[in-house]
Structures are given as C-alpha cells and as structure tokens.
Design a binder for this molecule. Structure first.
Ligand code: CTP
Ligand code: MG
Length: 223
C-alpha cells in the first residue's frame, strides 16, 4: 500500500444525543471506530492508519484497535480540522497519498477507499467522493422566508474518504485560517483543483439517531 489514512474520531457526537464520544458508540455491539478501521484496513492500498481520538480516550482507543489493525493513535483537537492536523503530523515517512476519513462513516466500503486512492494515483491532486443531491434546496432568510431555489443539478453532497497528494494536504493545513468541515475546502482555498468520483450510500455519516438505526439495519441485512 502507498496510502496513509487519517481518521478524525475525536468528536463528541452531540447530535447523536447523550452518551460516549461518537466514535465509541456501539453499532451492532462494536464501536463505530472499530467498524471504520476494519474496513480501511481491508483496502489493499492502505499502508498506515492514524486515528485522532478524544484526549481522555487515547489509551483506550489504542487497546481497542490493536487487535483490528496496526494503528497510530494521537489525541485529537477541539475542532475536526485540529484533529486532522494532529493525525497528519503523525504520518510516517513513505506514503505520498493521504486520505482523510471520518470515523462516523463507519460502513464505508473498502472499494470506495480504493477508488479515491486510485484517482489520486492517476494524477488528481485532490479527490472527493460525492452523491447527487436528492432534495430540492432553498436558500432562506433569517426569518425562514424563501429567498430562492438553488439549481440542484449543479450541487453534490460530499463524503469521505477525501484523498490528496501528501504535500497538497500538508500545505493546505499549514495555511488554514478558519476551521472548515472538510479538508477539500482547505485545498480549494489554495487554488488546487478538486476532482469528484462517485460516492456510496453506504458511506453515510452517522450523525443523528436515525442514521444509527439505518446503519444497524444495513449491517443486519448485508454485513
Ligand atoms: N471530529 C474530530 N474532532 C473534533 C470534531 C469532530 O475528530 N473535534 C471527527 C468526528 O469524530 C467524526 C468526524 O470528525 O468522525 C465528523 O464529525 P461529526 O460527524 O460532526 O462528529 P461529531 O463532531 O462527533 O458530532 P457532533 O457535531 O454531532 O457533535
Ligand atoms: Mg461535529
């Protein structure tokens, strides 16, 4: 494998409701992070995995993942971007392709990891998996009055893993000023072209209780 994967897993999971940090919440009896790392490790391109864990859980996460795959675990930060930066700083010398993958996208198929890595290998400096937007999207004012309808045909919903040439991601994080919710956003600000590949419905981000219920169902019907 020629790919390092950074796994931001340090979030609280506020939208999932009260409980443990989201990456440690159980799905079919195992933490979301275990599902995510197992699928990453099953992708042949993956050489190393660096997880950013909640600060209080670093030792526990190390013990949890040791039987799953060889993984480096570092303390995450207060925002996702800081967690990614912490993981990026711990990537060993070697891999020139770096993927960033949310622990919350626990059911992401290894095939999606391979297709993002392949697009970077083929020459794209930055690659994101996307899906078409299915709902009509309205822009609204602060008083919830509709300002207009956005052309859905030109919109994409963005997933992870997002893939980058290592130097591109490192430069984008070094230059970052405001915190963004995805890494391609930082790279765009550097003027680097970002290429889209087809995403997967199985790469859904487990955000709300409904998503967890959906993921339980998906695992029960097609593990
Ligand atoms: N993440 C992180 N460090 C943070 C915040 C988020 O590593 N300080 C990670 C989460 O663990 C998750 C991914 O970034 O794997 C996507 O974030 P999100 O789905 O928003 O997770 P949470 O921030 O945990 O959820 P919420 O926003 O509902 O609290
Ligand atoms: Mg969050």
């Amino acid at each position: 494998g020629d790919v390092a994967v950074l796994v931001p897993a340090a979030g609280a999971g506020v939208r999932l409701g009260p409980g443990r940090p989201k990456a440690l919440r159980l799905l079919a009896g195992e933490p979301l992070l275990v599902h995510a790392v197992r699928r990453l490790a099953a992708a042949p391109s993956v050489h190393s995995i660096v997880v950013a864990a909640p600060i209080a859980e670093v030792a526990g996460v190390r013990a949890l993942l040791a039987p799953i795959a060889p993984v480096t675990v570092v303390p995450g930060g207060a925002e996702r971007q800081a967690s990614v930066a912490a993981a990026l700083a711990a990537v060993p010398a070697g891999p020139e392709i770096v993927l960033v993958h949310d622990a919350a996208r626990a059911l992401t198929p290894p095939a999606l990891v391979e297709s993002v890595a392949a697009a970077v290998r083929a020459g794209h400096e930055a690659v994101i998996p996307v899906l078409p937007v299915v709902d009509t999207i309205k822009e609204v004012d602060t008083d919830e009055m509709v300002r207009g309808t956005v052309d859905r045909g030109a919109l994409r919903a963005v997933q992870t893993p997002q893939g980058f040439r290592r130097a591109v991601l490192t430069a984008a994080h070094a230059a970052a000023v405001d915190a963004l919710t995805d890494d391609a956003g930082l790279v765009e600000k550097q003027g680097v072209p970002v290429h889209c590949v087809p995403g997967s419905e199985h790469a859904l981000k487990i955000t709300r209780p409904f998503d967890l219920a959906l993921a339980e169902h998906l695992l029960a019907t097609a593990p």
